[in-house]
Ligand binder design. Structure first.
Ligand SMILES: [Fe+2]
Length: 427
């Protein structure tokens, strides 16, 4: 059923993308104006689903953006969810400044600036190395990097599905370049800290190599040919838009309660073959074995997050960290016919929670709905972390060097959920 659903959602008609769209520009000293150009899509993507997704920003120097540039870029980010600057020269300080523009009072990295101590057991711990002079910027990648922005030596390891998924591709297939989505996620601590509004990713060293085949291995036969070491994105807006009516009604009424210290909680558990959540085998760390936690710091977040510029609703759930679902009853006057949980519900059975979320999220990671970014050196990508899900893909040899700078900031406020009008419209 899922497959038929995905297929049904994916066969939009191909349309010609407009080649250029210019934003209105304020008076500038320079003669250059910001241009927004649609990102090139791979043959696997359905262009009709990407008309409002992804733009290359041209005409500005990413390292020296004016306040006026930043305002236009902020507006464009919320409209298009992912922005690319090619051949950008940006220092960690400049990258931090761009990131901070989206939330000027935020100071801390999305997972907190101090990632030692109690979070040592977190599954994220080995993936991040902090740039000493700008602790909000992390060095991520693969291989050993020397003398890098104050880091004498950094041993990096590209996350691999082989350490996270319950099943893995065979060595023989891996040798042929078969891989998987590692983990679909939002960049967010999901405990105490608020999900960052934007994440910036800068490719310092980008290895070249043959394309890889990402297999879903979920019985659908879905697979996708992807550039080596791509970052894959799907739109949370599309994730909502393609849901059938009864699931739209559920989504607009639902909140997710995340586990305390979710990355420590999930560390012993294993993921699904699509990287879209955890297998329910009861392996999560019991709550009394977690580092100290308080009920008040647990995150309960709406399933749908409202875009501050377009007003659109984005399905933003980190499936791995979700623990419970809280569903409000249908509003007065809404039709009960076919409605799921018309009287509301508090779903605490972990498998049931995950099954419901998977049913709603899986259609949106269909091959035709994935934008895999084909990294070039000095690419700077800004993505709307409250509007997309993303994942690392692929596998590198131990000696292959890949170095990226990543920055996001724990937000000053929680994401905003659906308005009363949204609930009336969709419930
Ligand atoms: Fe991420």
């Amino acid at each position: 059923m899922l497959r038929a659903f995905s297929r049904q959602m994916a066969h939009g008609k191909r349309s010609t993308l407009s080649l250029l769209s210019s934003l209105p520009t304020a008076p500038r000293l320079s003669t250059m104006a910001i241009e927004l150009v649609p990102l090139p899509l791979p043959a696997s993507a359905d262009p009709s689903k990407f008309q409002n997704f992804g733009r290359e920003v041209r005409g500005v120097d990413a390292g020296n953006l004016t306040e006026e540039d930043l305002k236009q870029i902020e507006d464009a980010l919320y409209k298009y969810d992912a922005l690319l600057f090619r051949n950008a020269d940006v220092t960690p300080e400049q990258q931090y400044r761009i990131t901070k523009h989206f939330d000027p009072t935020s100071e801390n990295y999305g997972h907190g600036n101090n990632k030692t101590g109690e979070t040592k057991k977190s599954i994220l711990h080995p993936d991040l190395k902090t740039i000493p002079s700008v602790p909000q910027v992390q060095l991520i990648g693969n291989g050993t990097v020397y003398d890098h922005w104050g880091l004498a030596e950094a041993k990096l390891k590209h996350p691999s599905h082989t350490s996270f998924h319950k099943t893995v591709v065979s060595d023989e297939d891996a040798e042929k370049g078969v891989t998987r989505f590692y983990r679909w996620h939002i960049d967010a601590a999901l405990y105490d800290l608020n999900p960052p509004k934007v994440t910036t990713l800068y490719g310092v060293k980008v290895p070249e190599g043959p394309a890889q085949v990402c297999r879903y291995d979920d019985g659908t036969g879905d697979e996708l040919t992807l550039p080596l070491g791509t970052t894959a994105f799907v739109s949370g807006r599309t994730m909502f838009d393609i849901l059938p009516t009864e699931y739209k009604s559920l989504a607009v009424r639902a909140k997710v309660k995340y586990a305390p210290h979710p990355y420590v909680w999930m560390a012993p558990a294993k993921a699904m073959s699509t990287g879209l959540g955890i297998e329910s085998d009861g392996l999560e760390l019991p709550l009394d074995e977690l580092p100290a936690w308080e009920e008040g710091k647990i995150k309960v977040l709406p399933v749908l997050w409202k875009n501050p510029v377009t007003g659109g609703l984005h399905f933003q759930v980190h499936p791995c960290g979700a623990k419970e679902l809280i569903v409000s009853p249908l509003p007065e006057g809404a039709s009960r016919e076919g409605a799921l949980y018309p009287d509301g519900a508090h779903i605490t059975d972990l498998k049931e929670v995950r099954d419901i979320l998977y049913k709603m999220q899986r259609p949106a990671i269909a091959p035709s709905l994935v934008y895999p970014h084909d990294w070039r050196p000095k690419d700077l990508v800004l993505f709307h972390n409250r509007g997309v899900l993303h994942t690392v893909v692929g596998a590198f040899k131990a000696e292959t060097i890949r170095a990226f700078h990543q920055c996001n900031l724990a937000a000053s406020a929680e994401p905003v959920g659906p308005s009363e009008e949204d609930i009336k419209q969709w419930a």
